[in-house]
Design a protein around this ligand. Structure first.
Ligand code: NAD
Length: 509
C-alpha cells in the first residue's frame, strides 16, 4: 500500500522547516489549528490577528513608506536582490512548507519558489527601468514629461493555491516601486507566509531598510475586509475566487482606492485537426491534472475538432490511468491531494451535474488512498465527454475535472472558448499558422493569456499575468504591470521666459 506520513512526523517537519527559515515558532503559536491536506491531520496551531490589527499595521507601513520613497529605486533594488539570494538559500525549505500546507508535489512547490526568485531578478532589473516618457510639447521652450513615484501602502490578499509566489509577485515589484506591503495570506497556509515574511525580514535587516516594509497578518476574511476598507491602503491586490473579488472590488472602488483583482479562471484549449496529438496530450495532461487541478490557469475544457476528439480522448484517458497519485513529498508522485473535503465534494457534485446535463465520465473520478489517508482527499483526475457547454462546464470547479467538447468549424471553437464568464488563460494546438494567428488576433480568444501549442498553465514571470471579465482585469508580475504600484505625474516645464497657453488660448490682463 502507498504510504502517507503520520501527523506527528509532518508536524515536526513543519516546525523544524519554519524555524530554519527564521520563524520563531513559539511566538507565532496560537489556538487556530491548520490541517495538512497530505494526511488530513493537524499540522500546526497558530495565532490569528483580527481586523482590529489592520489600523496599526497601516500606520507602521505608512511610516516605513515615508522613509522608503526617499531611497533611490536602484538602491531599493538591492533589497530585492538580497531577498532573491535568501530565497535561493531556503528554496527547499519553503517548498517543503508549501507541500505540507497545500499539498503541492515537490517539483511544483520548488517551481513556485523558483518563480519567487525569478520575480526578484526581474524586479532588480526593473529598479533601473521605471521609465516615464517625454513628449514633444506644442509650446516653444517647454518640456512635457511624465514621472513615476511610489504609490503608498500595498495590501496583498492571497489564495491557498499559490501561497507564496503571489505575495512575491506583488512584493518584489512593490518594494522596488517604493511601497511597503501588508500581507493577508490564505488562512490555509500560515507557515508558508510566516516563513516568506521571515526571509524578507532577514533581507531587510541585512540591507538596513525599514523593518515595517513587510508585515503579515495571519487571519480570516475579516482581516482582508479591514484591509479592503482602510483608506490608508493605496493599492489592494487580491487573488482568489470570483466570489471574493465581487465582495472586494466595489468596496475598494467606493473609497476611490486602487484594486488589482486576480480571480477565477475556466481555461480552454482548442485542438485543431492539424494538431500534433502527442504534444497536445502532454500539454493537456500537465495543465489539466497538474497541481491536482488547483491552479487558476488549470485547463478545464478541451474543445477538439470532431475528426480528432475521439482519438484525443482515448490518449488522454490512457495517460490519466497512468498518473501516479499520492504523497506529494515523495519522488515520482504527479498528483497530490485536494486542499480539503469541500473541494473533493465540489468535484463530485460537478461530475454528477455534468452527467445530468448529458455528459459521460470517461476517465478517473472518485477518491484514491481512502484507506491509507481517511481524512485526506486524493481525487482521481477525471475527464467528462460532453457535447454542449452546459452550466457546469461554464463554471470553475477547482479540482482536476476536464470537460472534452467537439467542434466542427474554427469560428465555433473560438466562440466556445469565449462563451464563459471568466477570461484568464487559453491555448490553441494547431499546425495551421492561419488558425494560430486568428486565435491570437482581436477576433480570437478574449483571455488575458493566449498560447499556441502549449497548455494554459505554467506562465513565466516575464509577461504580465491576469485575465479579463470575471477574472478581474488585473495584471501582475512582468512586462509593465509595475505601473499599478506607482503613481504617475505629468509635468510641464517652461523654460521660455514667456507664458504661451496651450491650444492657443489668449488670457492677458
Ligand atoms: P478564496 O476566495 O476563498 O480566498 C482567497 C483569499 O481571500 C483568502 O486569503 C481569504 O481569506 C480572502 N477573503 C475571502 N473573502 C474575503 C472578503 N470578503 N474580503 C477580503 N478577503 C477575503 O480563494 P481560495 O479558495 O483560497 O483560492 C482559489 C481561488 O483563487 C480559485 O478561484 C482560483 O482560480 C483563484 N486564483 C486566482 C489566481 C489568479 O491569478 N487569477 C491565482 C490563484 C488563485
Amino acid at each position: 500500500m502507498r504510504q502517507i506520513p503520520s501527523g506527528s512526523a509532518l508536524h515536526r517537519l513543519a516546525l523544524d522547516t519554519a524555524t530554519r527559515c527564521g520563524v520563531d515558532v513559539g511566538a507565532v503559536a496560537g489556538d487556530v489549528m491548520t490541517v495538512s491536506p497530505v494526511n488530513g491531520e493537524r499540522l500546526v496551531d497558530v495565532g490569528w490577528s483580527d481586523g482590529a490589527a489592520v489600523d496599526d499595521a497601516v500606520t507602521r507601513a505608512q511610516a516605513a513608506f515615508v522613509q522608503w520613497r526617499r531611497v533611490p529605486a536602484p538602491a531599493r533594488g538591492a533589497l530585492v536582490k538580497r531577498l532573491g539570494e535568501l530565497l535561493a538559500v531556503h528554496k527547499d525549505d519553503l517548498a517543503t512548507l508549501i507541500s505540507l500546507e497545500v499539498g503541492k508535489i515537490t517539483s511544483e512547490a520548488r517551481g513556485e519558489v523558483q518563480e519567487m526568485i525569478d520575480i526578484c531578478d526581474f524586479a532588480v532589473g526593473l529598479s533601473r527601468q521605471l521609465y516615464g516618457r517625454t513628449m514633444p510639447s506644442e509650446r516653444p521652450g517647454h518640456r512635457l514629461m511624465e514621472t513615476w513615484h511610489p504609490l503608498g501602502v500595498v495590501g496583498v490578499i492571497s489564495a491557498f493555491n499559490f501561497p507564496a509566489a503571489v505575495w512575491s509577485w506583488n512584493t518584489a515589484v512593490a518594494l522596488v516601486c517604493g511601497d511597503p506591503v501588508i500581507w493577508k495570506p490564505s488562512e490555509l497556509a500560515p507557515l508558508t507566509a510566516l516563513a516568506s515574511h521571515a526571509i524578507l525580514t532577514q533581507a531587510i535587516a541585512d540591507c538596513g531598510a525599514p523593518a515595517d516594509l513587510t508585515q503579515v497578518l495571519v487571519g480570516g476574511a475579516d482581516v482582508g475586509e479591514a484591509l479592503v476598507d482602510h483608506a490608508g491602503v493605496a493599492l489592494l491586490s487580491a487573488t482568489g475566487s470570483t466570489r471574493m473579488g465581487r465582495a472586494v472590488g466595489p468596496r475598494v472602488a467606493d473609497r476611490f482606492g486602487r484594486s488589482l483583482l486576480e480571480l477565477g479562471g475556466n481555461n480552454a484549449a482548442v485542438v485543431s485537426p492539424t494538431a500534433d496529438l502527442d504534444l497536445t496530450t502532454r500539454g493537456v495532461v500537465f495543465s489539466a491534472a497538474g497541481t491536482a487541478g488547483q491552479r487558476c490557469t488549470t485547463m478545464r475544457r478541451v474543445i477538439a475538432h470532431r475528426s480528432v476528439v475521439d482519438e484525443l480522448t482515448d490518449r488522454l484517458s490512457s495517460a490519466y490511468a497512468r498518473l501516479p497519485i499520492g504523497n506529494p513529498l515523495e519522488d515520482g508522485t504527479l498528483v497530490g491531494p485536494l486542499i480539503h473535503r469541500a473541494a473533493y465534494e465540489g468535484m463530485e457534485r460537478a461530475v454528477e451535474q455534468a452527467v445530468d446535463e448529458g455528459g459521460k465520465l470517461v476517465a478517473g473520478g472518485g477518491r484514491d488512498l481512502e484507506e491509507a489517508a481517511p481524512d485526506a482527499f486524493y481525487a482521481r483526475p477525471a475527464i467528462v465527454r460532453i457535447d454542449r457547454q452546459t452550466d457546469v462546464v461554464a463554471r470553475e470547479t477547482f479540482a482536476p475535472l476536464l470537460y472534452v467538447l467537439p467542434y466542427d468549424d474554427f469560428e465555433e471553437a473560438v466562440a466556445l472558448n469565449n462563451a464563459v464568464p471568466q477570461g484568464l488563460s487559453s491555448s490553441v494546438f494547431t499546425s495551421d499558422q492561419a488558425e494560430a494567428e486568428k486565435f491570437l488576433s482581436a477576433e480570437g480568444s478574449d483571455c488575458g493569456i493566449v498560447n499556441v501549442n502549449i497548455g494554459t498553465s505554467g506562465a513565466e514571470i516575464g509577461g504580465a499575468f491576469g485575465g479579463e471579465k470575471e477574472t478581474g482585469g488585473g495584471r501582475e508580475s512582468g512586462s509593465d504591470a509595475w505601473r499599478a504600484y506607482m503613481r504617475r505625474a505629468t509635468n510641464t516645464v517652461n523654460y521660455s521666459g514667456e507664458l504661451p497657453l496651450a491650444q492657443g488660448v489668449s488670457f492677458t490682463v
